[in-house]
Design a binder for this molecule. Structure first.
Ligand SMILES: O=C(O)C1=C[C@@H](OP(=O)(O)O)[C@@H](O)[C@H](O)C1
Ligand SMILES: C=C(OP(=O)(O)O)C(=O)O
Length: 428
């Protein structure tokens, strides 16, 4: 196998400014495009996924400019959005696809959305079915479950939904559709998913009520353009939290990382495993809390996790599985079957990938059982085009005995451009 060879290291020292939060960047672009007036976004994530959202917006008639990580969106309200003359391509991004379906459900024109091979195999019924109940007309393969999907939006009626899975993409799609529906739209989830949409809608001037796992809003809300400062992505920081915990020496500082409680499951779990992670400077900007994180080497122990914690760390499970492989004792992850419908089947690919590097992981239907061994041999691993796997394998290489050759490392650009170059700067 070819690929990028990542060699073992013994320590890291210094400061890493992780790129902007992916979920918040998508939402800033979408709400900015829906609002009246200018929205100025700073620290926008230049990952392929968020660039897909911006590109779709342009094809829908939304004017924007970008200089580096700064984006200006010249919103004129949704009535000015126009029917795209071509198919919209969400690339690898589930968030772009599902949120866009919600936003477009109330637009009086027809639009077809598609994505890459991975996205075209991910389930969309969870969004298309409730949107149909609100009044949207939707056609797609397997009765609207698989992209390409064509939506003929129009008149929507608000509804009360109880979702089967805790998914911020589903919740957000329904709330964004609800903004343009008649009456109230509410979403009750089995566990609480990330709440960036609710927080940002409030920032743009819309009343959103949340209590427990229930969120509701009234149709007809008007969005006003805002200043949005995007915090660093905790899902990207997670790779450094694990690396900084498991190297022999050093210390990493990660400034301005988003610490919204619906996202900090990874910190809770690593700390419970024995990690030395501290919040140094905390603040709240644009309705989202952030802090400087400090991580130092420590001895990690296995843990059991599941239930409401899972949505709070769903994207961090690949890197957490690596941490657990290098911990002492057994780790069991349950209630995480959602991992099977991400960019890849992340239960199968993580177990298979880490086992090939010398780990001992048993696949479970909804998670995995990891026998921690304190060391990892190394070898070859493919990302299969999944950004989180590419980065997990690179960190595995640094923490292994023989290094790891990572096939398709460029997949990391989806959420973290220049990942390896940035790490190189802190290697001791
Ligand atoms: O709303 C979002 O920004 C996201 C929600 C999560 O997906 P689900 O809603 O499918 O759980 C997460 O895995 C994804 O990376 C981003
Ligand atoms: C699942 C992810 O993203 P999305 O669903 O937007 O493709 C992810 O970033 O890990």
């Amino acid at each position: 196998m070819g690929g990028v060879f990542v060699k073992p290291i013994t320590g890291v020292k210094g400061e890493i400014r992780v790129p902007g939060d992916k979920s918040i960047s998508h939402r800033a672009a979408l709400l900015g495009g829906m609002a009246f007036g200018e929205t100025h976004v700073t620290d926008f994530l230049l990952g392929q996924d968020c660039l897909s959202t911006l590109k779709c917006l342009r094809e829908l008639g939304v004017a924007w400019e970008r200089q580096g990580t700064e984006v200006w969106l010249h919103g004129q309200g949704m009535d000015e959005w126009r029917e795209p003359t071509n198919i919209l391509d969400a690339g690898n991004s589930g968030t772009t696809f599902r949120l866009m379906l919600g936003v477009l459900a109330g637009s009086p024109f027809s639009v077809t959305l598609t994505g890459d091979d991975s996205l075209r195999s991910r389930p969309m019924r969870r969004v298309t079915e409730p949107l149909k109940q609100m009044g949207a007309r939707i056609l797609g393969r397997r009765e609207g479950n698989l992209a390409p999907i064509t939506m003929q939006g129009g008149y929507l009626q608000g509804q009360s939904f109880q979702t089967e899975v805790a998914s911020a993409q589903v919740k957000s799609a329904l709330l964004l559709a609800g903004l343009r529906a008649k009456g109230e739209t509410s979403v009750q989830e089995p566990s609480r998913s990330r709440d960036h949409t609710e927080r940002m809608l409030r920032g743009f001037g819309v009343e959103v009520h949340s209590s427990g796992n229930l969120v509701k809003l009234q149709g007809g809300g008007r969005l006003t353009g805002q200043e949005v400062s995007v915090p660093g992505d905790i899902s990207s920081a997670a790779f450094f939290l694990v690396l900084g915990s498991l190297v022999e020496k050093g210390e990493l500082l990660l400034p301005e990382v988003g610490i919204n409680p619906t996202r900090t499951g990874i910190i809770d779990v690593l700390k419970a495993m024995g990690a030395d992670i501290e919040f140094l400077k905390s603040s709240e900007i644009c309705g989202e809390p952030r802090a400087t994180l400090r991580v130092r080497p420590s001895h990690l122990k296995g843990i059991e996790l599941g239930g409401d914690l899972i949505p709070r760390l769903i994207d961090e499970i690949p890197i957490l599985a690596l941490a657990a492989s290098l911990a002492e004792g057994e780790t069991v992850i349950r209630d995480a079957s959602e991992l099977r419908v991400k960019e890849t089947d992340r239960i199968a690919r993580v177990a298979e990938g880490l086992n090939a590097l010398g780990a001992k992981i048993e696949e479970l239907p909804d998670g995995m059982r990891i026998h921690g061994q304190r060391t990892l041999r190394g070898g070859e691993a493919s990302s299969f085009g999944d950004h989180r796997l590419a980065m997990a394998w690179a960190v595995a290489g640094m923490l292994s005995q023989e290094g790891v050759s990572v096939e398709n490392m460029t997949a990391a650009d989806v959420s973290f451009p220049d990942f390896l170059e940035i790490i190189k700067k802190v290697v001791l």
